[in-house]
Design a protein around this ligand. Structure first.
Ligand code: ATP
Ligand code: MN
Length: 263
């Protein structure tokens, strides 16, 4: 009895030791999931959040053998973000059979969607974090950076680092994303590209859609325009959007611009 109690107490302390920084915003359900994940993936420590966006927070995690992961925890706080989740999930053929009931299930769908998108990117050879695992509202992926210090975003680079070579690499990744993975990022910008060792990494693909999505072309054009605008602002001569589009295999992509199809 005493022994059992002590073991329980020891286990509790061990679980708490997992968290280097106490984060009061983690709800109890997520906290338990993180403990289960730690056992599964041999995670020794979770560190303090490196970012908190509108829909997720990212935490570095260190495994027993010294590998760093990025742990993305999804949460939904506002009706607006719930609507955003629905907007991108509905219309994607891969999720047409998903019956969404509660907000938590919606968040889980969202986490799984980003995981599946990362798998597609990884298999297509697109430079993006390798997906490791998804469990409930938590996605685990390779950490971009070193020793738990994240790589800079494209947005954060110094003027000398923003050059034509990097521009070409970014456009190259976008091409692979469309032509091989058949995905459109949907929120591509200097905020969703990390740069490590002069190599761009495409991140934040939870809202990315299949080429068959009704808004695919519109989103794709916006993505290209965002990238062009960023590099143009840094005095890099960029390709015309049409020239980039002409290399993309998007001939049978749905387009709201086309109204002359036979009915
Ligand atoms: P935001 O609303 O701020 O865009 P988000 O909820 O969309 O955040 P992400 O863009 O996926 O989440 O990630 C947020 C931040 O976490 C990124 O800007 C980047 O700094 C960091 N980050 C994301 N993925 C990784 C990773 N695999 N390795 C290291 N850092 C990462
Ligand atoms: Mn982001």
């Amino acid at each position: 009895m005493i022994d059992g109690k002590r073991r329980k107490e020891e286990k509790r302390i061990k679980d708490e030791d997992l968290f280097k920084v106490v984060d009061s915003t983690i709800d109890s359900r997520t906290y338990l999931s993180l403990i289960q994940l730690a056992r599964k993936l041999q995670i020794k420590e979770y560190y303090g959040a490196i970012s908190s966006g509108k829909e997720a927070k990212i935490y570095p995690a260190l495994t027993k053998d010294g590998t760093w992961y990025a742990v993305k925890i999804y949460y939904v706080t506002t009706a607006a973000s719930k609507r955003a989740l629905e907007k991108y999930t509905i219309g994607d053929p891969r999720f047409k059979d998903v019956k969404i009931k509660t907000t938590f299930q919606l968040i889980e769908t969202w986490a799984r969607k980003e995981y599946k998108n990362l798998v597609r990117l990884y298999e297509a050879g697109v430079s993006s974090p390798r997906p490791i695992f998804v469990y409930r509202n938590i996605l685990v992926m390779d950490f971009i950076g070193q020793d738990g210090i994240r790589a800079p975003l494209l947005k954060e680079l110094s003027e000398e680092e923003i050059n034509e070579d990097l521009y070409r690499k970014v456009i190259g990744e976008l091409e692979k994303m469309v032509n091989i993975a058949h995905l459109v990022h949907g929120d591509l910008s200097e905020y969703n590209i990390m740069v490590w060792d002069e190599k761009p990494y495409i991140i934040d693909v939870s809202q990315s859609v299949d080429l068959q999505h009704p808004n695919a072309l519109e989103l794709l054009k916006r993505d290209i325009e965002n990238i062009n605008r960023f590099f143009e602002d840094h005095n890099i001569s960029v390709e015309l959007v049409e020239d980039i589009l002409s290399r993309l295999k998007i001939s049978n992509v749905n387009s709201d611009d086309v109204h002359d199809s036979p009915r």
